[in-house]
Design a protein around this ligand. Structure first.
Ligand code: NAD
Ligand code: DAU
Length: 356
């Protein structure tokens, strides 16, 4: 592994970003992590509780769309690596309010690319083996029927404002490689789950609702398929690509773990019943499942072919779905204060508590 890298992580207070910052701080003691986050509703400083600012870590509250702040930070911190997570990430929100997705995911990524280009390609300082890793999604490839898988060469076919904004940002990143030779890498990953996921996404939502006796909303017929990956596996794949990936290459990352939504939801309910017993009503939690109106333009199936990253970098998922769900359920059970503060909104006051 490289030593003494100075790494800018955008969106490090979100779900995957926080897991990634924790992994780097634990495994790369010689790296300095600069976590830049706007702290939108999805950013939560409590996700990094216990991590002190100092030589190894700095938090910067800023918007990736702020060009002068981004340019200043590259120079001030002499950034070597960028891992770009910051985004609006929830498909349902992109359907009801697409503007923020266009702004952050497209304009924000462009702004960050410009700052990197100025710092690494036009200034006096060229960075130390600089690398810009853009974290993207399998949703750029569109929706599959019952067969087939997404490979790195599958043509883009995004179908929601979220996936279209991510596809646009992927195109911009590639344009900076071809036009300016900016040293970029892209990862396109499938659905993540694990600690610190905001309870608007399926798995933490089902956990929260089933703990509080609320309905478990299943869109449409519940037979939509996602390829689930435990978040730590994703973060480890990102480190591999960042350090050993080939500049200009996109890498698909997936769990080899396709499940229908109904299977996922019943597994969470049954795991909870087993771990903490049936609720006071005496009815198994799976009875809370309620079929509701479908998501507009709902993509039927995603499936990642992750053979290229395995072949090239030796990465493959380590955590089985059953193990990952058991770990996730244990984490949410042990961190119900975290869930409560997200639900009642008090997590948003944490910034003032820490920084005044
Ligand atoms: P998240 O919504 O949990 O976190 C996003 C973070 O970005 C938050 O901390 C938020 O405050 C920050 N942010 C948003 N707008 C910002 C801005 N303008 N400036 C600075 N910070 C801003 O997202 P996540 O689920 O952790 O996803 C992280 C990345 O990974 C996203 O780019 C997403 O597209 C991608 N991804 C997610 C998944 C998944 O299953 N969650 C799968 C594949 C790829
Ligand atoms: O595939 C990667 C993508 O996975 C990431 O790029 C996105 O950032 C991430 O949010 C996720 O998108 P999905 O739309 O697949 O995740 P979500 O958890 O919102 O939904 C998973 C599936 O469950 C999807 O088929 C919709 C369905 N669903 C979701 C919710 C919130 C329900 O049936 N009921 C629900 O209440």
């Amino acid at each position: 592994m490289e030593t003494n890298r100075r790494i800018l992580v955008t969106g490090g207070c979100g779900f995957i970003g926080a897991n990634f910052v924790r992994l780097i701080l634990a495994e790369q003691p010689d790296w300095r992590v600069i976590n830049l986050d706007k702290l939108t509703y999805a950013g939560n400083l409590q996700n990094l509780e216990g991590i002190e600012e100092g030589e190894q870590y700095r938090f910067v509250k800023a918007d990736i769309c702020d060009a002068s702040a981004m340019e200043k930070l590259f120079v001030e911190e002499q950034i070597d690596y960028v891992v770009h997570f910051a985004a609006e990430s929830h498909v349902d929100r992109s359907i009801t309010g697409p503007a923020a997705f266009i702004q952050t995911n497209i304009v924000g990524t462009f702004t960050l690319l410009e700052a990197a280009r100025k710092a690494w390609l036009s200034g006096d300082w060229k960075g130390n083996d600089p690398r810009f890793l853009h974290v993207s999604t399998d949703e750029v490839y569109g929706s599959l029927g019952e067969t087939g898988m997404f490979t790195e060469t599958t043509p883009f076919d995004p179908r929601s404002p979220y996936s279209a904004s991510k596809a646009s940002s992927d195109h911009l990143v590639n344009a900076y490689l071809h036009t300016y030779e900016l040293p970029v890498l892209i990862t396109n990953c499938s659905n993540n789950y694990g600690p610190y996921q905001f309870p608007e996404k399926l798995i933490p939502l089902v956990f929260h609702n089933s703990m509080t006796g609320k309905e478990l909303p299943i869109y449409g017929d519940g037979k939509y398929v996602r390829d689930w990956l435990y978040v730590k596996d994703h973060c480890e794949a990102i480190v591999e690509v960042l350090v050993r990936g080939r500049i200009g290459q996109s890498y698909n990352i997936g769990g080899n773990n396709e499940k229908q939504n109904l299977e996922v939801v019943t597994l969470i309910c049954d795991t909870l019943d087993e771990k903490i017993g049936l609720p006071a009503s005496g009815a198994p939690r799976r009875e809370l499942i309620t079929f509701v109106k479908d998501r507009l333009g709902h993509d039927r199936r995603y499936a990642i072919d992750a053979s290229f990253i395995k072949e090239q970098l030796g990465w493959e998922p380590q955590v089985t779905f059953e193990e990952g769900i058991a770990r996730t359920v244990d984490w949410y059970l042990a961190n119900q204060d975290w869930v409560a503060s997200v639900i009642d909104g008090s997590y948003q006051k944490y910034y003032e508590k820490m920084y005044g």
